[in-house]
Design a protein around this ligand. Structure first.
Ligand code: AMP
Length: 113
């Protein structure tokens, strides 16, 4: 059985979210603790823990998530933005259901901490 996460509960409708986009493969919603004026998460409906657990079987899904992230960013009026996938606790991953952060609406520094 796959482990429950806050995001699997959002997908089941058990926890509300501020939805931005939804289709048969993914859901996008606003981050509850936004780090920038626009901070949206795009998650697959398929329960994948992190990028580490993906395989060639997920090629189309991963492409879809990136294309949707770009479409959402543009739809939000962003010209510059950052897409982030934290993989593993030491890289900052706190929710173990794959997600892409779309962060924008302010100048972003590099490198990250
Ligand atoms: P990460 O640290 O990369 O695993 O990102 C997890 C993100 O999920 C964080 O930016 C949190 O603020 C966000 N988050 C946690 N719970 C919720 C929630 N219920 N609704 C929306 N975003 C959430």
């Amino acid at each position: 059985m796959t482990e429950e996460t806050i995001f699997s509960r959002i997908l089941k409708g058990e926890i509300p979210c501020d939805e931005v986009y939804s289709d048969s493969l993914c859901l996008a919603f606003r981050d509850i603790q936004p780090q920038a004026p626009v901070h949206i998460l795009v998650i697959p409906r398929k329960p994948i823990k992190s990028l580490k657990e993906t395989s060639s079987e997920d090629k189309e899904l991963l492409g879809h998530l990136l294309l949707i992230s770009s479409a959402i960013a543009k739809e939000q009026g962003l010209v510059n933005w950052r897409t982030v996938i934290n993989t593993g606790a030491e890289a900052g991953q706190t929710v173990f259901h794959l997600h892409i952060h779309i962060i924008g609406g302010r100048a972003l520094e590099w490198p990250p901490g």
